[in-house]
Ligand binder design. Structure first.
Ligand code: CP
Ligand code: NVA
Length: 323
């Protein structure tokens, strides 16, 4: 039996979440119950109510790229759930000296209860998941950042009271990992998302088609445009991401030129709903994708959004490890 088959054979039910590689790995019902759980875990944490559902469980976290929020929120989240997380810089692992990913996956499966990885190619997280006999979590690849979307949806729900029918405008890099996962999140929850991106920086076609199919089922609507004004018009939520993601540093100059008309600034935000909220996954570059007066202004909820990484991921860990 191959490792992949062994993993499939260990599934208890078809609907049980085995890995979290893209947001669409969660069905609509699972996503909504995860968000409810996240809200409940947040309440418990704020009220000092014990919630050690992962007592004795462990999380191995492999990082091939830098991180502030993802590392800290997963590590502290696991501690608050009564479990233990270890940070593994890929350069310090034998992986960094050429040990295969498949062997690393099998070894970690002997020690830990789940693995989180932040890496470059999305195929790497898929390969890790294929060889691991324990759940694998995508902590960001070049293609997807699903853990970020969980926090974004939690934040929108808290601030707007609902997700279905919310008008979300994305302005900037439509091909970013954060944009891709948010498209899937909007699609699963029936939001109306308009994404404005310059030529050459549209979403990956396969990701967009998959999200479109999910939106058709949920009654959501996804649209692509070149016009930042169209994406911002009447938006309940405005979102952007950095113009140069990790690993794209060599393209920085051409990206700055392409994205300059796509800055989220006061003029653009005037077109949004008067009660709009501004989201950004962080880290941000003030003066590039967003001006300081917007990200530090009254409509910005970026620090609550960052805080919600903790609660959303605790709900994810609980679902993967305990449910
Ligand atoms: N938003 C996010 O993933 O932040 P880090 O890169 O700091 O983990
Ligand atoms: N798109 C950004 C997100 C960082 C959290 C990057 O990949 O660098």
């Amino acid at each position: 039996m191959t490792d992949l088959k062994q993993k499939a054979a260990s599934m208890v039910t078809q609907s049980e979440l085995r890995d979290f590689l893209t947001l669409a790995d969660l069905g609509t019902a699972q996503l909504h119950s995860l968000l409810d759980e996240a809200a409940d875990l947040k309440r418990k944490q704020k009220q000092g109510i014990a919630h050690e559902y992962a007592r004795g469980k462990s999380l191995a976290m492999i990082f091939e790229k830098s991180s502030t929020r993802t590392r800290i929120s997963f590590e502290l989240g696991m501690t608050q759930l009564g479990g233990h997380a270890i940070f593994l810089n890929s350069k310090d692992l034998q992986l960094g000296r050429g040990e295969s990913l498949s062997d690393t996956a099998r070894v970690l499966s002997e020690y830990a209860d789940t693995i989180m990885i932040r890496t470059f190619a999305h195929a790497t997280v898929e390969e890790l998941a294929a060889y691991a006999s324990i759940p694998v979590i995508n902590g960001l690849t070049d293609l997807h950042h699903p853990a970020q979307t969980l926090a974004d949806l939690l934040t929108i729900k808290e601030k707007k009271g609902k997700l279905k029918g919310i008008k979300l405008g994305w302005v900037g890099d439509g091909s970013s990992n954060v944009a891709h996962s948010l498209l899937e999140g909007a699609a699963l929850t029936g939001m109306n998302m308009t994404l404005a991106a310059p030529e050459g920086y549209e979403p990956d076609q396969a990701v967009f088609s998959r999200a479109q199919a999910l939106a058709d089922e949920s009654g959501g609507k996804l649209s692509l445009t070149r016009s930042p004004e169209e994406a911002a018009a009447g938006a309940d939520v405005l979102v952007t991401d950095v113009w140069t993601s990790m690993g794209q540093e060599a393209e920085k100059a051409e990206r700055m030129d392409a994205f300059r008309p796509y800055q989220v600034n006061r003029e653009l935000c005037r077109l949004a709903d008067r009660d709009y909220i501004f989201l950004h996954c962080l880290p941000a570059h003030r003066g590039e994708e967003v001006t300081g007066e917007i990200i530090d202004g009254p409509h910005s909820v970026v620090f609550e959004e960052a805080g919600n990484r903790l609660h959303a991921q605790k709900a994810l860990l609980k679902m993967l490890l305990c449910d």
